[in-house]
Ligand binder design. Structure first.
Ligand code: PAF
Length: 293
């Protein structure tokens, strides 16, 4: 495994592939089993070289967010990349990637960047798309892999690739969960044992919503909300049900939906989502099932 820190080293590694396909997994480090799953998915194309980028991107952090404290366990991260048989790890410094300082020209995520996560984190997705565009330009991958856990990020990256004609495929990879249901996230390490217990209400609420899906959108939201209300230690930011493919509002009774939740547990903000199929059964009477499941 080659570890490269500069554009020049990366370009040399990339040139040495001479025609071999390249799979890229962009990360901010603090790697966990969810990332390992992305690496393994990338290896499903046995002829592709696996490139992993590790870069904590300042552009996607708001002024009140945890940039300075974001975990950077680089030795452990490199061990995980080696264990996953990565071919190249690109770990640039901020100065190397943003060599002209804060960029004046950036990618704008458009209206989809202003809803849900974007409403709570203004500019976040502009920062994400800008760094992802730079990584695509520098690495020139054939396929890039992103987790479904940040569903809005995934849909925006697909949109950028389509709208700006990036010549690569985007692969979405299912969320990996701990046995108790908690979606894996680099931020889970901030949770105390008690907070971790409270955080489980997020996946429980999503499962309750999923179970109610045959009865339509009102039942989904009703049951998911009831679970969240049972954990007052969660500060709910949003619980929303939208069209899974377009992120548009959903016909209340039918269609493939995406149920998304974001909440703060102590000082840690967590997000999660599940897809569901609405509408095989009749709508329920209002409030009938408004109890914790
Ligand atoms: O999902 C992440 O880890 C980051 O948003 C990404 C895609 C690596 C861009 O910094």
């Amino acid at each position: 495994m080659k570890v490269v820190h500069t554009r020049a080293e990366l370009a040399a590694a990339r040139a040495a592939e001479s025609g071999r396909a390249v799979a890229l997994v962009p990360t901010m480090g603090a790697l966990h089993r969810g990332h390992r799953h992305l690496f393994d998915r990338a290896h499903e194309n046995p002829s592709a070289a696996l490139y992993v980028s590790i870069f904590v991107n300042p552009l996607q952090f708001g002024p009140a967010e945890d940039l300075a404290h974001y975990p950077r366990p680089i030795a452990d991260d490199l061990d995980m990349c080696a264990a996953a048989a990565a071919d190249v790890v690109f770990a640039p410094s901020v100065e190397e990637l943003y060599r002209g300082g804060t960029p004046a020209v950036t990618v704008h995520a458009g209206p989809l960047g202003d809803i849900l996560e974007g409403r709570s984190r203004p500019g976040h997705y502009d920062g994400v798309l800008t760094v992802v565009a730079k990584l695509f330009n520098l690495v020139r991958p054939d396929t890039a892999y992103f987790g479904q856990k940040d569903a809005q990020q995934l849909v925006l990256i697909r949109r950028m690739v389509r709208d700006l004609d990036y010549p690569l495929e985007i692969a979405g990879v299912a969320t990996v969960r701990d046995e108790d249901g908690l979606a894996l996230s680099s931020r889970n390490r901030y949770l105390s044992p008690a907070e971790r217990g409270h955080a489980l209400a997020l996946s429980r609420a999503l499962r309750a919503g999923q179970a109610a899906a045959p009865h339509g959108a009102a039942a989904v939201l009703d049951d998911a909300r009831a679970v969240l209300a049972g954990t007052p230690q969660l500060q709910l930011d949003y619980l929303e049900l939208i069209d899974a493919d377009t992120f548009d509002p959903l016909d209340p009774q039918t269609g493939r939906g995406l149920l998304l939740v974001a909440a703060r547990v102590g000082g840690t903000r967590l997000i999660d989502n599940v897809t569901l199929e609405l509408g095989a059964l009749p709508e329920r009477a209002d409030g009938m099932y408004s109890k914790e499941t």
